[in-house]
Structure formats: structure tokens, C-alpha cells
Design a protein around this ligand. Structure first.
Ligand SMILES: NC(=O)C1=CN([C@@H]2O[C@H](COP(=O)(O)OP(=O)(O)OC[C@H]3O[C@@H](n4cnc5c(N)ncnc54)[C@H](OP(=O)(O)O)[C@@H]3O)[C@@H](O)[C@H]2O)C=CC1
Ligand SMILES: O=C(O)[C@@H]1CCC=N1
Length: 264
């Protein structure tokens, strides 16, 4: 697999680390305009770091775009004449529709829209995918690439905006919840390091319970909330303070913001 990551910033580098951890590429190009801070990646023999998107495109089959939305059109226009039938174009760009990509490079290309998250760097991304009509022929290949770095779900393109909030922004939301739990644990007497250890492993355990037992969160909550016990007292106080409501409102606000990004 010859992979190019065009835009080796926060997400692009997370994908690069995921690819490296999973031995997912024979060669990998990483591009950005200022390459100084990522030259270290060339210590991996199969990685080339360059500012030259055209070189990366010529030498690769799988092109993963991870630039900011405002930069994407210009980059596509710049590499358009180099695109051939060997290329699979995978966009991670928020709010940039497949039809908009097709307007620039044509519908006769394999186009995949993906929405991974930064946990891809440790092989644990929840990645949603969809494709243009021709790209359906490469959706299994694309799933295979992302399945090596976590879990995938193929969704209709209309749900991509929602998937961005839940899966990609979701990492930040969960981080804040883990951080708040850590602050609570510190107030109860744990030192900062132990407090974070308790918070993140408990979070991991909660997710694992749902993934492995396929149960509903409320079933698991019922198993923890001893009648007249401390859990239900704390949980009800959190709800009186609007825990679920504030999460849902935040999710909807992020979703609405993407519509503004789409309009440019
Ligand atoms: N961060 C995340 O968790 C997620 C982000 N996304 C999407 O991924 C995209 C990237 O986001 P994020 O990583 O946060 O942004 P960053 O700004 O961290 O990364 C974008 C990178 O693109 C590079 N870049 C800019 N212009 C060019 C160019 N002409 N050629 C090559 N590289 C270029 C920039 O480096 P330089 O200036 O040196 O060129 C920068 O490193 C966005 O569209 C975002 O919506 C999607 C899911 C999750
Ligand atoms: O915040 C953003 O706009 C991007 C998309 C999802 C994660 N980061």
C-alpha cells in the first residue's frame, strides 16, 4: 500500500502514527508546507516528508487529505492533472461534500469521505465512511485500511456532519469529562497522576462493558446504583445540574457550526 497524507497536521500525523503502528503501508508520503517539525518521521525508512504534494501524489495510490477546509479546493486543483485510475482519494475534511470534490476533480475518480478521530494514532479510531458512486468499488479497501486502526461504519453522506461531531469532536468531549472526573478525584484526596489513572481506566471499563456485553447504558447504571446508595445520589445531582442536557446541547451546537463551515 502506497499512502500519501496530504496535510500532516494534528489529524494527518495521528493517521500517520496509526499507519506506522499497524504496518499499514509499504511507502508513506507526509506533506505540509513547513516540514521542519515533522522531519523526524523520516527515521522510519518507508516515510518521505515533503512540501511537494505533486510528488506525493505521483508516488502513491491512496491519497488521504487532512488539510483545513479552506485549503482543500486549491490543493485538489493543483494535483488534478496527476490523478489516474490507480488513485483512491480519501477526504477527512469537515463539511466538504462529495459533490463539491467531484466539481473539482470529476466523478470519474474513486472518492471516499472519511471521518476518523485522533485515537487513530493508537489504533482505536471510530471512523465513519461513505463514497461517490465509483468509490463504492473501493469502499471495502478503505474500510480495510481504517479497520487496521480501529472500528469503521459505512454511513450515508447525509450523516457525515453528525458523525463528525460524535466521533471526531467526541474525543475532545470525552477528554473534558475525564478531566473533570480527575479534578473531582483530586478534591477527594488522590494525587493528580493517580486521579487521572482512576478516571481514564474507569472510562475505558465503562466503554468496554457496552462494547463487549452489548448492553444498554441504563442497564449498567442500574447495576451500579445501590438503593439509597452514593451513586444514585451523585448521578441525580449531576442531572439536576444539567449533565445530559449540557452534553446534548453542546453536540447540537457543534453540529450547527459545521453548517457554517460548509458555507465557507
Ligand atoms: N483534528 C481532528 O481531530 C480532526 C480533523 N478533521 C479534519 O481534518 C482536517 C485537518 O484538521 P487538523 O489536523 O485539525 O488541522 P491542522 O491545521 O492541524 O492540519 C492541517 C495541516 O495542513 C497543512 N497544510 C496547509 N496547506 C497545505 C498544503 N498546501 N499542502 C500540504 N499541507 C498543507 C498544514 O501545515 P503547513 O501550514 O505547514 O502547510 C497543517 O499541518 C480538517 O479539515 C478537519 O476538519 C477531521 C476529523 C478530526
Ligand atoms: O474542530 C473541528 O472543526 C475539526 C473537525 C472535528 C474535529 N476537529
Amino acid at each position: 500500500m502506497k499512502i500519501a497524507i496530504i496535510g500532516a497536521g494534528n489529524l494527518g500525523l495521528a493517521i500517520a502514527k496509526g499507519v506506522l503502528h499497524s504496518n499499514g503501508a509499504t511507502t508513506m508520503y507526509l506533506t505540509k508546507r513547513n516540514t521542519t517539525e515533522i522531519m523526524d518521521f523520516e527515521k522510519y525508512g518507508n516515510v518521505t516528508v515533503t512540501w511537494d504534494n505533486r510528488e506525493a501524489v505521483k508516488k502513491s495510490d491512496i491519497l488521504i487529505f487532512a488539510v483545513q477546509p479552506g485549503h482543500f479546493s486549491g490543493i485538489l486543483e493543483d494535483i488534478l492533472d496527476l490523478l489516474t485510475e490507480k488513485h483512491v482519494i480519501i477526504s477527512t475534511i469537515t463539511g466538504f461534500s462529495i459533490s463539491k470534490i467531484e466539481e473539482i476533480i470529476g466523478s470519474d475518480k474513486y472518492i471516499i469521505r472519511s471521518m476518523p478521530n485522533t485515537a487513530i494514532s493508537v489504533g482505536n479510531s471510530m471512523t465513519c465512511l461513505c463514497s461517490n458512486e465509483l468509490g463504492e468499488k473501493r469502499i471495502d479497501l478503505s474500510k480495510a485500511i481504517f479497520n487496521r486502526m480501529g472500528h469503521t461504519l459505512e454511513i450515508p453522506e447525509e450523516q457525515m456532519q453528525a458523525a463528525t461531531v460524535i466521533c471526531a469532536s467526541g474525543i475532545a468531549f470525552w477528554m473534558r469529562l475525564i478531566r473533570a472526573t480527575t479534578q473531582g478525584a483530586i478534591q477527594l484526596g488522590f494525587d493528580a497522576k493517580e486521579a487521572q489513572e482512576l478516571a481514564m481506566h474507569t472510562c475505558n471499563g465503562a466503554a468496554s462493558l457496552l462494547i463487549e456485553s452489548k448492553s444498554h447504558p441504563e442497564e449498567e447504571i442500574d447495576r451500579v446504583t445501590t438503593p439509597k446508595g452514593c451513586t444514585i445520589s451523585g448521578l441525580n445531582e449531576m442531572e439536576h445540574q444539567g449533565l445530559s442536557s449540557s452534553l446534548i446541547r453542546g453536540i447540537v451546537t457543534s453540529f450547527e457550526k459545521i453548517s457554517q463551515i460548509r458555507k465557507g
